[in-house]
Design a protein around this ligand. Structure first.
Ligand code: GAL
Length: 407
């Protein structure tokens, strides 16, 4: 009898943990979308601002476009109490994290926090090293749905083990949490992190600049093109539930409108997490239009989950393709340069195949209708060569849809 009861209990445990594992896995079947405080606010976070961002996410329509996480980055924590529990800043977050999470949930959004695998965060707040299980339980009590986990103050630690520890801790705490690894690509997380979390940063930090490197002495921040170039060779590692993360968006943070469009399009072609980093409360209609372009978001969020690839580069104009679940293809032409460029792309002369999905666009024999996703307009078909003029740092993004064969 005892043995039968034990066996039944064991079976229950196993199926409960299988169900939980499934809930974790289901979290990022397409790349996560949301907003994070860091790019705009840095350490200047407080509950009023976070509530206002949640309000703006809902009111602006961006929530309806798919952005559903509100994530507080570094500097919300001030230390640990006598039990070792992490303590949120009692002045800036006077109502407590649980109340803030409830507020965000009440808006139909999900709530995220940031911590660090080391002893301290990059902003020198308490890290989770040695307290992973305790922190994970606290997050679950507060109602946290997303954890961004950084890599400062980790001397002597191995990334794979450190991230695995927090991954296990989150699962043990029992609340499904999207686990976003932020290790800057140093230990090639794409080669080990698919089983550990839902996304991993591939590079150092982004900065709101299209083509530049900012040298801060002991670290560098990178522009959009620099980050894009660092993604080369990584696409085979991404897929549903596990994504390369080229860092958060800088749309609306000071680049030109065409640069913002290009940045957003590149991230969509890369099937990157789309985490807005601007002030949602005061964004311009132009910024709102970039972040809210549903046709471009659909390229990012496509169910096939295959990252796009660079097909060609000629005189600073890159051509990219991305296969899509329904047999369509996304096409991007990007002018990296500072001068306008005339482009010509004779579809029938190109062989476009994707090694991951095994798809062949068969451009010689199959004709596709073209839709310009930034103009939101039909743009002819692949029966004629494409000609266009691209301004400096401008993109053309097309969706190719196979045309019915004439009967
Ligand atoms: C960096 C991280 C940034 C931000 C910052 C906070 O390491 O890459 O995205 O989280 O720390 O201090």
């Amino acid at each position: 009898m005892l043995i039968r009861n034990l066996a039944a209990a064991l079976l229950l445990c196993v199926s409960a943990s299988a169900a939980l594992a499934q809930k974790f896995e289901a979290l990022a079947q397409t790349p996560q979308m949301g907003w994070n405080s860091w790019n705009k606010l840095g350490c200047n976070v407080d509950e009023k601002t976070i509530r206002e961002m949640a309000d703006a996410m809902a009111a602006s329509g961006l929530k309806d476009a798919g952005y559903d996480y509100i994530v507080i980055d570094d500097c919300w924590q001030v230390g640990r109490d006598a039990h070792g529990d992490v303590v949120a800043d009692p002045v800036r977050f006077a109502s407590g994290m649980k109340a803030l999470a409830d507020y965000v949930h009440g808006k139909g959004l999900r709530f995220g926090l940031y911590s660090d695998a080391g002893w301290q965060t990059c902003g020198k707040r308490t890290g989770s090293r040695g307290r992973e299980f305790q922190d994970a339980r606290r997050y679950a009590e507060w109602g946290v749905d997303y954890l961004k986990y950084d890599w400062c103050f980790t001397d002597g630690l191995k990334a794979e083990g450190a991230y695995q520890t927090m991954s296990t801790a989150l699962k043990e705490a029992g609340r499904p949490v999207l686990f976003s690894l932020c290790e800057w690509g140093q230990s090639r997380p794409w080669s080990w992190a698919a089983q550990v979390g839902h996304s991993w940063r591939t590079t150092g930090d982004i900065t709101a600049c299209f083509d530049c490197v900012l040298d801060h002495g002991d670290w560098k921040a990178f522009g959009v093109l620099q980050i894009m170039d660092m993604q080369e060779g990584l696409r085979t590692h991404a897929g549903p539930g596990h994504w390369n993360d080229p860092d958060m968006l800088e749309v609306g943070n000071g680049m030109s409108e065409s640069e913002d469009r290009a940045h957003f399009s590149i991230w969509a072609m890369l099937a990157a997490p789309l985490i807005a980093g601007n002030d949602l409360r005061s964004m311009s209609p132009a910024t709102r239009a970039v972040l809210g372009n549903k046709a471009v978001i659909a390229i990012d969020q496509d169910a096939l989950g295959v990252q796009g690839f660079k097909y060609s580069e000629h005189e600073g104009v890159e051509v990219w393709f991305k296969p899509l679940a329904d047999g369509d293809w996304a096409f991007m032409a990007l002018n990296r340069g500072k001068q306008a460029q005339d482009i010509r792309f004779d579809w029938a002369r190109h062989v476009v195949k994707d090694g991951i999905s095994g798809r062949d666009a068969a451009l010689k024999t199959r004709r596709y209708a073209l839709r310009d996703l930034w103009k939101d307009a039909a743009a002819g078909d692949t029966g004629q060569p494409l000609t266009a003029r691209l301004d400096a740092h401008e993109v053309l993004v097309l969706r190719l849809t196979p045309m019915q064969a004439a009967k």
